[in-house]
Design a binder for this molecule. Structure first.
Ligand code: AGP
Length: 606
């Protein structure tokens, strides 16, 4: 995690760095800091919390760097915020990642007389650079020696007071991008958060050392070999950070789903054929695989659960699924007939990256369900499907989850057609999935009603979300979202599992969100709802039955919404109801919807 933003130019505005950090706040908002090299020396500002709490200053300099912190090694205080300075006060440094052998490096430096003012891993970095400079290294050699001396993952930029016209960068494992504008060069943790004036950008590979000046970027590897950076056009929409009529990014991103689902489908269904351009070279080998393993973290893992069920039931391939953080350390039977499907919005999630490395070592091939071109995960896969969900800013993932599920359904039906899915079912799916944007808008049209329901139940301490089959995974996803942003404790369960334990908890204080698909064994879910009602549990019913079709004794509140008959498409529609419920529970409870406590958008640490 953590966000890094820096710039070098004739005149770098402190407020430009602050704005860059605000754009990157999704990566961490425990504390923030900025260092600016001016004629009078390096000025440093720090704050606890979100970067918006940094002071506004009319300060300019020749190089400036900034950092948003997601705390790992020490409490999220102002004192522990970056930039960190070296003992000689010449180096101001910001860091994303973890230095695993920092205790050992710290002892090494203490023996040389260095002192430390924090317990963080980062503080060893500026001092180690100072140490190598004191041994006669020039700046690049000191960076190379430092990069080789430490173990872990890092993206680092720093200012050296003796070189006030350059920014220095070391990269191993944490995402870093360099962007070029006419009068300035920027460094940023993602390619979306550059200022508008940036025209081209380059993703920095691992094990690289960069010296960045306003009109040049010198790159070398850890052996000192000079390299050239390839820059590409930046075609990224300017309105990503514009809230428009919405109160929060989460609300904006929920509402945008109509457009992004349309975009994800564009050109992918032609003449009753599913076309997935990124898979052309590997679809044959994929269709012959012996097993497919689906993985991801958090909401992406919930989407993977949906994908795995669809691939098994429709695609007729043997599937299993596991959260990436577990899969990475599980010794599954894997060979070169295994495909791993990794689902990740950011494309930078450390557990997923670790999983890919592990599975590859065992011979598996990797298909990425990705939203961020050029991300680390995108670059590690053999082939993939771009979900085309646009940039997600809110920490809670919404539109990306919808499009992840959509991408995996398209894949399942594409493979299914080869593996025995009936043409009738296939055609029915194609026609229904194209109505998904319409169904989603029908849900969004009910936002006021959902808002009112949430107001009524906002003080609930616990929510059970239940559903069967694919709706179990939507139940899990809804529960995750409710927990994540409203801080109401919530559990997502299969309705069938209720009587094997959780039913003991049901009484009139428990809110139950029940997902009922009239086209998939509705009587079974009805029985589960009856079991809840018999114990006095409150029921918010989400269903595709109309009000007239359902007995009003089985619910307290009803959210009836239109779907077709395909259970997977229905699941995606119900999921949008869950997104709106969690959003409005959070609002009614006065939560910071886009930046929930203790979390970050992109989890680049294990
Ligand atoms: C969802 O709302 C979460 N914030 C979180 O679970 C997220 O989906 C997870 O961290 C995975 O992120 P990724 O898709 O960027 O890999």
């Amino acid at each position: 995690m953590c966000g890094i933003f820096g710039s070098v130019a004739d005149k770098v505005e402190y407020n430009t760095i602050k704005q860059g950090l605000k754009n990157l706040a999704y990566r961490g908002y425990d504390s923030a800091g900025i260092a600016v090299a001016t004629n009078g020396g390096v000025v440093i500002e720090r704050t606890e919390g979100h970067p918006k709490f940094l002071p506004d200053l009319g300060l300019t300099g020749t190089v400036a760097i900034g950092h948003n912190r997601w705390a790992t090694h020490s409490p999220p205080t102002k004192e522990n915020s970056h930039p960190y300075t070296s003992n000689d006060n010449k180096i101001s440094l910001v860091h994303n990642g973890i230095i695993e052998n920092y205790a050992e490096v710290r002892r090494f430096l203490e023996e040389k007389g260095f002192t430390f003012y924090s317990q963080t891993d980062t503080e060893v970095l500026p001092n180690l650079i100072q140490f190598y400079l004191s041994q006669g290294d020039n700046l690049q050699a000191a960076m190379r020696h430092t990069a080789k001396h430490v173990e872990g993952a890092f993206g680092v930029i720093f200012i050296h007071a003796d070189h006030p016209n350059q920014m220095n960068l070391m990269k191993l494992g944490s995402p870093m991008y360099v962007g070029r504008a006419d009068e300035a060069v920027y460094v940023c943790s993602d390619a979306y958060s550059f200022p508008e004036e940036v025209k081209t950008f380059s993703s920095i590979d691992d094990s690289k050392i960069l010296i960045i000046r306003k009109d040049s970027v010198d790159v070398q590897d850890l052996n000192g070999t000079k390299l050239t950076l390839i820059f590409e056009e930046k075609n990224i929409s300017a309105d990503t950070y514009c809230l428009g009529k919405h109160e929060h990014y989460m609300q904006k991103e929920i509402h945008e789903q109509f457009d992004y689902v349309v975009s994800a489908l564009a050109g992918r269904i032609r003449d009753a054929e599913i076309k997935l351009g990124g898979l052309e070279d590997c679809v044959e080998s994929f269709a012959e695989s012996k097993q497919v393993i689906f993985t991801g973290c958090g909401s992406a893992h919930n989407a993977a659960l949906v994908g795995a069920l669809a691939m098994e039931e429709v695609g007729r391939l043997m599937c299993r699924q596991m959260p990436a953080g577990e899969l990475k350390y599980t010794d599954l039977l894997v060979d070169d007939k295994t495909w791993l499907i990794t689902v990740s919005q950011s494309g930078e999630t450390a557990d997923v990256i670790g999983c890919i490395k592990n599975m590859r070592n065992k011979g598996a091939k990797v298909l990425g369900v990705v939203n961020t071109p050029n991300s680390t995960i995108y670059q590690m896969t053999d082939c993939g499907i771009h979900i085309r969900a646009g940039k997600e800013v809110s920490v809670a993932s919404t539109k990306a989850v919808t499009n992840q599920m959509l991408a995996m359904l398209l894949l399942a039906y594409k493979i299914g057609l080869e593996n025995g899915c009936s043409y009738r079912d296939y055609k029915a799916f194609l026609s229904e999935v194209q109505k998904l944007p319409y169904f989603i808008n029908k849900v969004i049209a009910q936002e006021q009603k959902i808002r009112d329901i949430c107001e009524h139940y906002k003080d609930s301490k616990t929510a059970f979300v239940i559903g069967r089959n694919v709706l179990e995974f939507i139940a899990k996803e809804t529960a995750l979202k409710v927990k994540e942003i409203s801080y109401i404790h919530a559990e997502g369960y299969s309705g069938s599992e209720l009587k094997h334990g959780p039913l003991a908890l049901i009484d009139d204080k428990i809110m139950n969100i029940c997902l009922l698909d009239k086209n998939f064994y509705p009587e079974k879910t009805m029985s589960n709802i009856e079991e809840i009602r018999a114990r006095g549990g409150k029921v918010i019913l989400i269903t595709n039955y109309t009000k007239q079709e359902v007995d009003n004794k089985i619910y307290d509140r009803l959210i009836s919404t239109e779907t077709g008959e395909n259970k997977f498409v229905t699941a995606m529609v119900f999921n949008v109801v869950g997104q709106l419920l969690s959003y409005h529970f959070a609002l009614h409870n006065g939560r910071d919807v886009d930046l929930p406590r203790n979390l970050a958008k992109s989890v680049t640490v294990e």
